[in-house]
Ligand binder design. Structure first.
Ligand code: NIG
Ligand code: FE
Length: 412
């Protein structure tokens, strides 16, 4: 093989690349003993060490010493901006109350709404810092953050601005999602239609115009919003040019996934009660099925999402933290990878795909992040591991040796 001339700003040599690229036909898209160069924040080249002439290279060389490189991890579903905590409800649930009962009694999401409304944007940012820092320390380079605990125009915008202010302080990519249809706010009790109208006519156009979110999400459940209400929101989101995500079939089979699929949702999330018709609809839409094992575990649920049927239907699976104060106060995407395997039966490769390539697609970012491929953003992690399965197998005492964001090394 002819010697290659390679020029880049930084070049990692002697590394095993778990590219997750579908065009590389090996588990994890693995390219052993390769070099990877980055320039201007993007991956410039990927080449085997065999035939790579170090004398013909321009750029800063970094010897990975055989370590494994993966794409940066992507948490595609979080609610990490919120006020307060709900440990009291945790105790109530341990005493036998259900999540839905607590919610109907005015606790649950509405308790966090009150706490979130009472805080300034700056205070919300301060409370969220340790949660984002925990994700970043374990290798997250892109995070999605939802609103949904404000439920007024002012407070939803405050949450979305807090998300942006927070993310601006760290080497991380942010995708924000407007989740105004999370719960019916107290001021609209008995008039859900008026609240839906406020979301569609005022909030969605404003958020789109101010570019405060890239997508719109809904909570489609009997304790939250109906199919018809969610449909109105999807129509308004499409008109505003925003992506669509949806909390569906978590506590009941409400056919929300099929509805979201009709609107070409980026992702449908939770899915414990998803049925065959929902799976067929997802096959048509290409939406990602996002599994949230943290909420399943923390709520002590017993009905599992239909993983084998989703797999047979070749629907891309993502795994996310759902980090929130009520159903998943668990600030770890790596824990989700472990739980995705142990609780839902994913294999470690599916778990890593679910936090890289498929998580990127769940955020409408499939073309820019999620795999190690020339032209994509150089968001990369160098791990002290021998086998990428360790990322799902092992929890604790394992952090990236190097965290590379947009081509820059920024150790946690
Ligand atoms: O994804 N399902 C709705 N939203 C969250 C729970 C939010 C909360 O309880 O505060 C979830 O599980
Ligand atoms: Fe959620």
């Amino acid at each position: 093989m002819a010697a290659t001339t390679c020029s880049a700003q930084k070049i990692w040599i002697n590394t095993d690349l778990a590219t997750l690229d579908p065009s590389v036909e090996a588990p994890y898209g693995m390219l052993t003993n390769h070099a990877i160069g980055v320039r201007n924040g993007k991956i410039e080249f990927i080449t085997p060490m065999n035939g790579f002439d170090l004398d013909r290279v321009t750029g800063e060389l970094i010897d990975a010493g055989g370590a494994c490189m993966t794409p940066g991890l992507i948490d595609s579903h979080s609610h990490l901006i919120y006020g307060g905590q709900r440990a009291g409800e945790f105790s109530q649930r341990l005493g036998g109350a259900s999540y839905a009962e607590i919610s109907r009694a005015g606790g649950g999401i509405l308790a966090t709404v009150a706490a979130t409304r009472s805080l300034s944007e700056a205070k919300l940012v301060e409370q969220a810092r340790p949660r984002l820092e925990a994700l970043l320390a374990e290798g997250v380079t892109t995070v999605e953050i939802k609103s949904g605990y404000g439920l007024t125009v002012k407070d939803e915008l405050k949450m979305l601005r807090a998300a942006r202010t927070l993310a601006d302080d760290y080497p991380v990519r942010l995708r924000s999602t407007l989740l105004a249809a999370h719960a019916l706010p107290p001021e609209f009790q008995g008039d859900a239609e008026a609240y839906i109208e406020l979301i569609c006519k005022e909030l969605i156009p404003r958020v789109a115009q101010e570019q405060l979110a890239e997508a719109v999400d809904v909570f489609c459940e009997p304790i939250a919003f109906s199919l018809a209400q969610c449909e109105k929101i999807f129509i308004a989101a499409k008109e505003a040019g925003l992506g669509i995500k949806a909390h569906v079939e978590q506590l009941s089979n409400s056919q929300g996934a099929a509805l979201a699929a009709r609107f070409s949702a980026w992702s449908v999330d939770h899915l414990e009660y998803l049925d065959a018709a929902g799976i067929a609809a997802l096959q048509q839409s290409g939406s990602v099925a996002t599994l949230l094992p943290g909420a399943f575990y923390f709520l002590g649920a017993s009905k599992k999402p239909p993983v084998e049927a989703l797999r047979q239907a070749r629907i891309p699976l993502a795994l996310a933290s759902d980090l929130n104060p009520g159903s998943s106060p668990l600030a770890s995407l790596r824990l989700m990878m472990n739980m995705g395997c142990v609780l839902f039966g994913l294999n470690p490769e599916e778990a890593l795909l679910g936090t890289t390539r498929n998580a990127a697609a769940a955020l409408g970012l499939g073309a820019t992040i999620g795999t190690l491929r020339v032209g994509k953003a150089a968001d990369m992690l160098l791990w002290p591991i021998e086998d990428p399965a360790q990322l799902s197998y092992q929890f604790g005492a394992l952090a990236p040796r190097q965290r590379i964001f947009a081509g820059e090394i920024c150790d946690a």
